[in-house]
Ligand binder design. Structure first.
Ligand code: IPD
Ligand code: CA
Ligand code: CA
Length: 264
């Protein structure tokens, strides 16, 4: 295993332990609303501090971009961290959330882990070495069309400006798919595409820490990731489609008619 992936896994497990220990006392936690419907708890902060402590110990010169504490400037290696992806689920005792950690070099994601501490599922990938779930190889699904497929998505919950566009996309995709799910943790949605549990996924307005690790998981599992115009600007635009190679263009075609200027 690549030494940086080993550190990422160790950090993700440590953060997962902090999160799981507090799931029974969420009503006692200090909660702040960063913006409309965007919550953060003291557990997000504690988990992030622990991840950064472990990474800093191993790689004191690396840069870090972390959801709660922002940018820590260092060299060309950058760790992109979401200490608790799915905070709203966590706050409701809904047991579906994850720790997401990626390592990029000059903007290219090289290592990735997404860890579900409730199911103890560790999704990991090193560029060029494939994707794993608890050390077993995973692959995207092979479904060639929307017929029979299960899609993941995220609803626009913070800002309402894309809601109408989103609903048009949803209508178009859901009429042909077997099902659409909104589990509530984008990093796990992408890990599920990598594992073939979802055939495809799309969401508007993600942040880079929601998707950095999941993107490499999907790519290393044989899938395709793009923004809504088949480009690679998803980390900056936040608009993302991920799917197996046959389904990806079908999802892209299905949502293209509804793209507004702000989404291209
Ligand atoms: C959120 C989750 C959710 C997605 C949102 C994210 P957070 O992350 O990934 O599934 O729909 O866009 O902000 O705030 O729980 O870390
Ligand atoms: Ca997130
Ligand atoms: Ca988060």
């Amino acid at each position: 295993m690549h030494p940086a992936l080993n550190i990422a896994e160790r950090a993700a497990r440590a953060a997962g332990t902090i999160i799981v220990r507090s799931i029974d006392r969420v009503e006692l936690l200090r909660i702040d609303e960063k913006s409309r419907n965007d919550f953060v708890t003291e557990i997000d902060h504690r988990a992030e501090d622990e991840i950064i402590r472990i990474i800093r110990n191993a790689y004191p010169d690396h840069s870090i971009i972390a959801e709660e504490s922002g940018v820590h400037k260092g060299n060309e290696f950058t760790w992109i961290i979401d200490p608790l992806d799915g905070t709203t689920n966590f706050l409701h005792g809904f047991p579906h959330f994850a720790v997401s950690i990626a390592l990029a070099r000059k903007g290219k994601i090289e290592q990735a882990v997404v860890y579900d501490p409730m199911k103890q599922e560790m999704f990991s990938a090193s560029r060029g070495s494939g994707a794993l779930l608890n050390n077993r190889r995973i692959r995207v699904s092979g479904l060639p069309s929307l017929k029979g497929c299960l899609l993941g998505t995220g609803f626009p919950f913070a800002e309402q400006k894309h809601l109408e566009t989103y609903l048009q996309m949803f209508r178009s995709l859901s009429k042909d798919a077997a099902g659409v799910r909104r589990p509530g943790a984008a990093s796990l949605d992408l890990a599920y595409v990598a594992a073939g549990r979802f055939d495809g996924f799309w969401e508007i307005g993600l942040k880079q820490w929601d998707m950095a690790a999941g993107v490499l998981l999907v790519q290393e599992a044989g899938g395709i990731v793009s923004d809504f115009t088949n480009g690679h600007a998803y980390l900056s635009s936040g608009n993302l489609i991920a799917a197996n190679a046959k389904l990806h263009p079908i999802i892209a075609d299905s949502i293209r008619p509804f793209l507004t200027e702000t989404l291209v």
